[in-house]
Design a protein around this ligand. Structure first.
Ligand code: SAH
Length: 342
């Protein structure tokens, strides 16, 4: 059995407690300290005997995220965190305030191997996947630091969540389980570049989470130019998988579409996008591409973005423009970490 107690389900913590010959209620206390109160260490668990705390710290060290850097946007208060995991790996997370509540954007991997040409997270490849506890810890550490509540979680930071499938599923169960933070599944969004077999698997999990698909192009040819994953799965295969996801879960799918000047921002692109979105009743989220120093892309100017949006609206598509938060603190995925890795 793993020693990562923060990644354990309630029944696994119970098993551990019983194996140690302890009374069952200790399991409930432990789980509550770890997940409801987001304890940073066993020393905080004052209703447990000191000897037990010392033993557990030895046998089941708590995975904690150490804050290495924090940048706060002067414009909108968005906070970007750089966390160090127990093995020294660095990951980024973002805390955002919306009218509907506070939201945390977490990373699912250290680096990424998907190779999207506009994305900073993938520049140095994949280092490793994150455990369920390391995904939770990004949220817990932010709750500890801000002393605020978190009602929404988006898995849209570094990494490809569906390339870390088992840990992602465990993470969602722990995050939305009644014994833990108890977030509503409707407030959890998982964003994927489109690993088709795992979209089908996710559709079978019985979750009510939102699936966001990073589409970014309306034709295979165009998509292949910016996203290597498009060589593995066609847009047709993707749409079929999304259709099944929608059917099984009843959850409206979001298409993310990063607008890149001169690449995917024409009228023809808007029409292609309409043809894809309509049968699925998908919501389109337009993201003017965040220029990354290492990449040559630029976003269209504001009037062009608005015209692109208008065109989709006129076609009867449900569309919004992602509010740009934290533009002054390198809000785009992987940028803060890259500065450190450099
Ligand atoms: N791997 C997942 C989640 C991480 S990226 C995915 O591909 O969906 C979260 C979103 O930000 C994706 O839609 C991604 O394509 C987009 N993104 C990455 N770099 C960006 C940039 N420089 N500007 C705008 N959007 C970007």
């Amino acid at each position: 059995m793993s020693r990562d107690i923060k990644s354990m389900y309630p029944e696994e913590v119970k098993e551990l407690v019983l194996e140690k010959g302890l009374p069952a209620f200790r399991a409930k206390q432990l789980y509550e300290w770890i997940h409801t109160r987001q304890a940073a260490g066993y020393e905080e668990m004052t209703n447990l005997p000191a000897k037990l705390r010392a033993d557990l710290a030895e046998e089941y060290p708590l995975v904690t995220a150490k804050t290495v850097d924090r940048q706060i946007s002067a414009i909108d208060g968005t906070q970007k965190y750089l966390f160090e995991m127990p093995d020294g790996c660095l990951v980024e997370s973002v805390f955002m305030r919306y009218r509907f509540g506070n939201s945390v954007c977490i990373s699912s991997q250290v680096g990424c191997r998907m190779g999207c040409s506009f994305c900073a997270s993938t520049l140095h490849g994949l280092v490793r996947s994150l455990s369920a506890s390391e995904m939770l810890e990004q949220i817990y550490a932010i709750i500890r630091e801000t002393k605020e509540t978190v009602s929404h979680v988006v898995v849209m930071g570094m990494g490809e969540p569906l390339d870390n499938y088992d840990n992602l599923i465990r993470f969602i169960h722990l995050l939305t389980g009644p014994e833990g933070l108890n977030l509503s599944q409707r407030s959890v969004t998982v964003s994927t570049c489109g690993i088709v077999p795992n979209i089908y698997r996710l559709a079978e999990e019985g979750f009510h989470i939102t699936l966001a698909l990073s589409l970014h192009a309306a034709t295979d040819e165009q998509r292949r130019q910016i996203m290597p994953i498009a060589n593995r799965y066609t847009i047709g295969e993707l749409m079929e998988a999304c259709g099944v996801y929608y059917e099984k879960t009843g959850r409206q799918i979001t298409f993310e579409y990063s607008l890149i000047r001169g690449v995917n921002d024409s009228s023809e692109d808007a029409r292609g996008l309409t043809r894809l979105a309509k049968p699925l009743k998908a919501h389109i989220n337009l993201i003017p591409v965040n220029p990354v120093r290492e990449r040559g892309y630029e976003h269209p100017d504001r009037t062009h973005v608005l015209a692109f949006k208008k065109e989709l609206e006129n076609n009867g598509v449900n569309v919004s423009i992602r509010r740009a938060l934290g533009v002054d603190i390198e809000g785009a995925c992987g940028q803060l970490r890259n500065r450190y890795v450099r």
